[in-house]
Design a protein around this ligand. Structure first.
Ligand SMILES: Nc1ncnc2c1ncn2[C@@H]1O[C@H](COP(=O)(O)OP(=O)(O)OP(=O)(O)O)[C@@H](O)[C@H]1O
Length: 231
């Protein structure tokens, strides 16, 4: 279980509070108006932004005091955190060891992750020589390889076309299913939420609300979500 207890994050004049829990293995879509604080929330969980108040716990242990790399999670952004000068193999391998000094078992694990995400044969390519979908897969290969229990997605597939985005979401679903990971995914698209999430966490009016079941929330959205969805 991921728990935010009396959490507050401040950024310039912006302030977000969160009092909520996400059960282990849940798939949660994070939705809300632009500028409402969705990325701020994920950034605080990942450790890029400090809390000004409260605590974050994973399985009852405090994680908000840990450095980002020591937290039990992987985060994926729209740029997929790929380094342009590194090969696909090395970009994925960074998920295991930032110094890239891999032993044979680790090298094999990288190859397996590339294989499972449909990237075999492209190991030596640089990111600039990959398509948008392949870059999306590379980010997911790294997430798969890291095998952390919490996966945070900050709109990594927003720039992809609908068919490719559905493919990526299916792959995310498969990875989460295989690893039992808990998923928090920012999206502006209710269709993404329906496809992948069982719960929606609404971020609006300075507050991140506890997750509620996807179907019920989309059918009868609270005013802030209804205004945002245009329903
Ligand atoms: N570095 C910063 N310094 C000051 N304020 C910031 C900074 N980054 C973001 N903000 C503000 O914090 C608020 C929340 O931003 P955030 O990016 O979390 O929103 P979001 O819900 O993810 O938006 P979007 O859907 O547009 O990506 C916004 O009002 C934004 O202007």
């Amino acid at each position: 279980m991921l728990t935010l207890e009396g959490a507050e994050i401040a950024q310039g004049g912006f302030r977000l509070t969160a009092e909520l829990s996400v059960p282990e293995g849940a798939r949660v879509a994070v939705m809300g108006p632009s500028g409402a604080g969705k990325s701020t929330l994920l950034g605080a969980i990942a450790g890029f932004l400090p809390l000004t108040r409260g605590r974050i716990l994973w399985q009852g242990q405090r994680i908000d005091t840990l450095a980002p790399a020591a937290r039990p999670l992987s985060i994926l952004f729209q740029d997929h955190n790929l380094f342009p000068h590194l090969s696909l193999f090395d970009n994925v391998a960074l998920g295991l060891d930032p110094s890239l000094r891999l032993d044979p078992a680790q090298r094999q694990a990288v190859l397996t992750a590339l294989d499972e995400t449909g990237l075999s044969g492209l190991e030596d390519r640089k990111p600039a020589q990959l398509s948008g979908g392949q870059i999306g897969r590379a980010g997911l290969a790294r997430v798969l390889l890291r095998a952390r229990p919490l996966i945070l997605l900050d709109e990594p597939f927003a720039a992809l076309g609908p068919a490719l985005k559905r493919q990526m979401l299916a792959l995310v679903g498969r990875i989460a299913g295989e690893t039992g990971a808990t998923l928090l995914m920012i999206t502006h698209d209710p269709e993404d939420a329906r496809l992948l999430s069982d719960q929606i966490l609404v971020v609006a009016e300075g507050q991140a609300s506890p997750p509620a079941p996807t179907g019920a929330l989309l059918e009868d959205p609270p005013p802030a979500l209804a205004a945002y969805l245009g329903t």
